[in-house]
Unconditional design. Structure first.
Length: 319
């Protein structure tokens, strides 16, 4: 009598794993299919009927409760909000903060080899999308003869360049772990291919010309080198790698990227401006103004905030 529920649970676990693989592959490929995959994952989660076990798993994994608590704060913020329409829309956008911790609470029980497969599929998805974007850029270049097709939002036409650069930074973190810190032994071909991907994705971030992505990549390399030195005490190796990365980045950015798309140079010039025009549309200056306005608002409402629904109105009024 107990065989049927057990078999169903096994099939459900396998289906959940394959759905996770599909989800991680689609994240960097196609945003439109994600809601469908997520809906299937939620339906599969409900049909398993392991609510008590999952609740206990969620309580044990307290790190997930941080995200749920943040969403609860947003819910409380509705109480003293005037613009309830904006509050509802904002809560819809941020619903993943409460949905995913609940749905994924048992993912901590997935064996490490399957977790690695999920990461691998994400890398494959990102690499595939990079190739698609490069092919698209080449086709557009044949029509426009503009080298801008290979940079920033013209290159990353499926995602905002900053968001896509963050995906790639995460992948580079995985590749650095596999190459230098993973204790599992890999074949030389696998290590060479991982090194190739690390170089490829690093160059791709530079082509995306995302300021956040390039800064994130720099921090990633810096933290990795510090950690490597702490573990292995090889100062000469760390210094050589740091010097090599610095020289290559400067040469690539200064002699290849800036003459075509001098976005970082413009950002540097804009940061040095003392008085920024409040009507500016330049992204760096606009962010600086928003950050300053946000700090002033926080100083005046540091205890309870301004309400979930009124954030945009108060920020626009101050900005």
């Amino acid at each position: 009598m107990n065989k049927l529920p057990t078999k169903f649970s096994e099939y459900n676990s396998k289906l959940t794993y394959y759905l996770y693989l599909l989800l991680t592959f689609c994240i960097p490929i196609n945003k439109k299919i994600l809601p469908i995959v997520i809906a299937i994952i939620i339906l599969n989660w409900i049909l398993d009927f392991k609510f008590k076990a999952r609740f206990n798993s969620l309580v044990r994994n307290r790190s997930l409760l941080v995200f749920i608590s943040l969403y609860v704060f947003y819910l409380i913020g509705i109480i003293y909000s005037n613009d309830l329409t904006y509050a509802e829309n904002d809560l819809d956008v941020k619903a993943s903060l409460i949905i995913f911790p609940i749905i994924l609470c048992e993912s901590f029980l997935i064996p490490w080899n399957k977790i690695k497969n999920i990461f691998l599929v994400f890398i494959i998805g990102c690499f595939s999308n990079c190739i698609i974007q490069l092919v698209h850029a080449y086709i557009m270049f044949q029509q426009t003869h503009s080298r801008d097709e290979f940079f920033y939002n013209q290159l990353s036409w499926t995602f905002h360049p900053a968001y896509y650069a963050m995906y790639i930074c995460f992948i580079n973190a995985l590749l650095i772990y596999y190459l230098f810190f993973d204790k599992e032994l890999y074949a030389m071909k696998q290590r060479v291919f991982a090194a190739f991907l690390l170089i490829f994705f690093s160059v791709y971030i530079i082509l995306l010309n995302s300021k956040a992505g390039i800064i994130g990549l720099g921090f990633l390399f810096l933290i990795s080198m510090i950690y490597y030195f702490i573990l292995f005490k090889k100062l000469l190796v760390v210094f050589s790698v740091a010097l090599g990365i610095g020289v290559l980045f400067f040469a690539f950015q200064h002699y290849l990227i800036n003459p075509i798309n001098p976005r970082l140079e413009l950002a540097k010039e804009n940061i040095e401006i003392k008085h920024i025009d409040s009507t500016t549309t330049e992204s760096t200056n606009a962010r600086i103004l928003v950050w300053k306005a946000s700090l002033e608002i926080i100083k005046g409402n540091y205890l309870f905030g301004v309400g979930t629904g009124d954030v945009k109105d108060v920020l626009l009024a101050k900005y």
